[in-house]
Design a protein around this ligand. Sequence first.
Ligand code: C2E
Ligand code: MG
Ligand code: MG
Length: 695
Amino acid sequence: MNQEHDYRSLFDNAVEGMYRTTPDGRYLAANLALARIYGYASVEEMMAGLTDIARLLYVDPGDRDRFRASLHGRNQVRNFVARVRRKDGSIIWISENARAELNRDGTVRWYEGFVEDVTDQVRAEERLRLAATVFDTAAEAIMVLDDQFRVTAVNPAYSAITGFAPEEVVGALPAFLQAGDPDPETPRVLLTTVQRAIDNAGRWTGEQWNRRKSGVRYAEHLSVVSIPGERGQSGRYLVVFSDVTQRVLDEERIRYQASYDQLTGLPNRALFMDLLTQTLSQAERGGEMVGLMFVDLDGFKLVNDSMGHDAGDQMLQEVAARLKRCVRASDTVARLGGDEFTVLMPNLGDFRHAPAVAERITERLQAPFLLNGKEAFVSASIGITTFPHDAGDAASLLKNADAAMYRAKEQGKQTFQFFTPEMNAEIEERLTLIHGLTKALERQEFTLFYQPKVRLADGGLSGVEALLRWRHPELGLIPSAKFIPIIEESGLISPISEWVLETACRQHKAWLEEGFDIRVSVNLSVRQLRQPGLAGTLAALLDRVGIAPSGLELEITETMLMKDTENALQTLAALDEMGIGLALDDFGTGYSSLAYLKRFPLQTIKIDRSFVADVASDPEDYEIVRTIISMGHSLRRRILAEGVETAEQLAVLRELRCDEVQGYLLSRPLPADALGRRLRERGLLPPGTLRAAAG
Ligand code: C2E
Ligand code: MG
Ligand code: MG
């Protein structure tokens, strides 16, 4: 009785479900654990519900037949796994161990067994199997990395994509993480970048080029996720990537096709407008000038119609190539369509630089085109606009360039036009001047005027400044300010400078012979100052003409000294050594300090006339002039004020103890004979002036 009670308790309280059933599937006995497994509150409820196990419990009724068949063979089954339906209809997996109790005649008396809910295990196994299948059959490459980012496993897709077998990569850092790879074409993600992304977001995704084992490049889309370690294990990383080479190449091609002209490879209208817009906003910020040229071919239609489209295409390609050779690397040539091209010049600097490019284009296009073995010709009409002068936005600028191009067509083609009439006028004048200047020397159209420099202390003449004048056959006398910058830019400056020096020296000599010892000052150009052996050339000239070095003074501007200081210093030292006078011209315009200029052997400093102009009316200019004079004196330099036009200016300069003056008040620049006549007739200064100067 007691023993039976113990068994009863064991049965009732067991964790595993236990049962005894009739062969046709009715419960004879069951414990609470079983009822719970099947979702019933009590054994009674279960027995009332599950009246036919085969039909009501097993999801697959055949399972009961299998179960019975197994039992009949060996009288027992182990780990019989089946799906069963719980009371609420949910389905779980169970595992049964059971045996059959037989009657004497061998028929089954009952079945009895243990039931365990193995749903969790089955599901876990299922998941594992699934994971393994995914790993093996995925189209994406999968890598498992340890906590040090070393590869612990790769799947077949990995090998298929990269060409590396698992044993070649296991234990290594994955290629995409290898920073410092010698192959510059496959940028590497830095380990720290990935690490940081994973720390912050739990994953890192990226796209980049990599190389297969064969060396062929491929694009990969990668994601790296971290799998935290469980139960003391260290974490791992899962890397999944796919080969997106085709997509990336397609995108590149589409982007290219959308931005570039198929025929010439030049940026198309869309890309050009983007570039133009960008360039303008940059230029606006930097305060720079942008040039835009609209280049339209003249006579292209004729070539296309008479020689065929194929020849026309060839010509456009060749035009594109020639245009590119006419511009700087920072400029952009684009094809808007048809025979229309544009040239974008982001750092034009000065609108006067554009014609040179336009002329180069015109010239390069003049050479014959060889199309299918036959020669053909085109020319171009070019419209030029500048930002910000002509327009403030990309569309208007292009419209203006187009309009200017039409004007070039109207002018008879094969020429260029600015959008702005004043620019056209100025460029035209410039071209006329350049053209005339090339002939001026041989036609003896140059002459020198001389402007006196006067000592304030005694009213005496301290020298004259030689100023170049050009007697243009139609335009008359042209002052140097108009044409000297043009000469300096072109290659004409050297022969003209030589002529000026020689003429000035000869004039000094001529005056000497008349009894006037007048030192002549000559303005030096940058090019002359840079010219090696300038001192030697001058020595030879002085010798040839037969005058002393002290009869000559050279005027040098501040900016010339600042550009090439060391060289200038040497040249000036040599000239000083020879005894040639040296003066600093236009002082105050170059923003350099007197202290800086102290190093140069310059005896005289000429205050720029812009300061002198307002010295009597503007306290600031007054202060500047005062400072230059007093500092100059402390450095033992003579100070000359240029551009003195009024008696007031003269009075102030005298008060400030300026040494010398030069300007219209005392005398305009005069031809040599006029100056000589004046010297002979009535001394240097107009009556009254001398007294004003002296008084
Ligand atoms: P600069 O050396 O400062 O010459 C003085 C300029 O001021 C001259 O102009 C002169 O005519 C002008 N000027 C003189 N007094 C007055 C005045 O009271 N009021 C005003 N408003 N102007 C006055 P120019 O002859 O047109 O020469 C301009 C510049 O061209 C010169 O400036 C000089 O830098 C350069 N230049 C002139 N001749 C030569 C030359 O033979 N060779 C070189 N390399 N440069 C020259
Ligand atoms: Mg001068
Ligand atoms: Mg000057």
